[in-house]
Design a protein. Structure first.
Length: 210
């Protein structure tokens, strides 16, 4: 039997739920070793061994779904279930970091190089998103085994697209000042504006003293 077989996709607002049938051995292994509660695990892996992989929709999602699903299946089913766990999810039992999994997608399976694309304005976003979401399929599957979750705190994890993450990082890089307050709930927009003006005034006085 295949390790992973795509079953269906369901649109859920701005997210897509992709369902993959997981082979019995892998599903049983997850149930035996997960730190999730039974209810928490059921949000991702149901009694029929269907794994729900949740991703954030992007503008080009419809154009890449077929290639994305085929890529996940191709890599997942290259060898048996032991290889899936010992090579794709872990390095012979040692959990792979997200960076290691991204590197694996690039070096062994020929997917797009995200690191190089950061400096290449002509990079194909389609190929980058396929690499991104394929890697996060394995990252999130590994989370079912290695996440240390709080009892009663059953969270749904959603994989954002590569373009969303890039936009977020660009926004963070554009921030030139951070105002720290004791309790943000005490401050409205006008209070924050006043604090910013006071901070700017203090900086101007410091420059004048120099």
């Amino acid at each position: 039997m295949e390790n992973v077989k795509f079953v269906r996709s369901i649109e859920n607002g701005n997210e897509m739920n992709l369902y993959f049938k997981i082979c019995d051995k892998l599903a049983d292994f997850v149930r035996k070793n997960t730190c999730y509660t039974e209810r928490g695990l059921s949000l991702y892996l149901d009694k029929h061994n269907e794994y729900c992989y949740i991703i954030r929709r992007s503008d080009n999602y419809e154009a890449i779904q077929k290639d994305l699903v085929e890529t996940i299946e191709r890599i997942s089913n290259e060898k048996d279930d032991a290889y899936f766990y010992n090579h794709l999810i872990t390095d012979n039992g040692y959990p792979r970091s997200p960076r290691e999994i991204h590197a694996l997608m690039r070096t062994e399976y020929g997917l797009a190089d995200i690191d190089e694309a950061e400096n290449d304005e002509e990079s194909d976003n389609k190929d980058l998103d396929i690499e991104w979401w394929t890697a996060h399929f394995f990252i999130q599957f590994g989370n079912l085994l290695f996440d240390k979750v709080d009892v009663g705190n059953d969270m749904i994890h959603t994989a954002a697209s590569k373009s969303e993450i890039t936009s977020l990082l660009d926004m963070i890089k554009s921030i030139d000042k951070i105002v720290i307050v004791d309790d943000v709930r005490k401050y409205g927009p006008e209070d924050i504006k006043k604090l910013q003006e006071e901070l700017d005034s203090t900086e101007d006085d410091t420059e004048d003293d120099d």
